[in-house]
Design a protein around this ligand. Structure first.
Ligand code: 5GP
Ligand code: MG
Length: 198
């Protein structure tokens, strides 16, 4: 038995996205686990070609934490030794629309003055979050500030901002998984998908 009981909720090592999708029946996969992993290796190479090795990576909570965790390990493979810090700005709460309110809910512990900074977030939507995060770091005298978002919903932009590094363009749908939630659920999904109507 190897210590595992027959009904333990262990995910089989060879489980496919399709199996996982069946377990979370109402989710349609948009970006599979494998596709995300491949793209992150490419992103790390793009960042390595454009940024100095002495980097502070700032993960925007909560949604950015899984992407950040995978990206920093890809950066390690690209010979980076980044310092990691966290920033939490006010989010959508339990709904799917932004209120436009934006507060610092959890501040950095690092002093970013004269440091090269990479802000990492899950998705660039209206642009308010990344724009505020960027301004905060500029105000604190970072030497340079670049931004990396796994997904880009360009159609939804209200603030004139682009990320320096983008994983995938994203259709104008509400996505969950891989750090992204709906009402505090689905962050743990290894893929990114869309909640179906049913
Ligand atoms: P923005 O400030 O660009 O409008 O929004 C960015 C934040 O809103 C993201 O970091 C994310 O937390 C949330 N967000 C935007 N679009 C989506 C989405 O489709 N799904 C989820 N779960 N969160 C989203
Ligand atoms: Mg977010």
């Amino acid at each position: 038995m190897n210590g595992a009981t027959s009904n333990s909720p262990v995910i089989e090592p060879n489980e496919t996205d399709h199996d996982a999708e069946s377990r979370a029946r109402s989710i349609r996969v948009l970006f599979s686990e494998k596709r995300i992993a491949l793209r992150i290796e490419e992103l790390a190479d793009e960042i390595a070609a454009a940024m100095p090795k002495e980097l502070v990576v700032i993960s925007v909570l909560k949604g950015g934490f899984i992407f950040t965790a995978d990206l920093i390990r890809a950066l390690h493979r690209a010979n980076f030794e980044p310092e990691i810090d966290f920033l939490k700005l006010s989010s959508y709460g339990a709904g799917t629309e932004s209120t436009g309110d934006m507060n610092i809910l959890f501040d950095l512990s690092a002093n970013v003055a004269d440091r090269e900074v990479l802000i990492v977030d899950d998705i660039l939507d209206t642009g308010r979050t990344i724009s505020l995060a960027r301004q905060l770091l500029v105000d604190r005298a970072a030497a340079s500030v670049k931004t990396c978002c796994l997904l880009d919903k360009a159609e939804r932009r209200l603030v004139d901002i682009q990320a320096d590094f983008i994983g995938f363009p994203c259709p104008n749908e509400f996505v969950v998984g891989y750090g992204l939630d709906y009402a505090h659920r689905y962050r743990e999904l290894p893929f990114i998908g869309v909640l179906s109507e049913t």
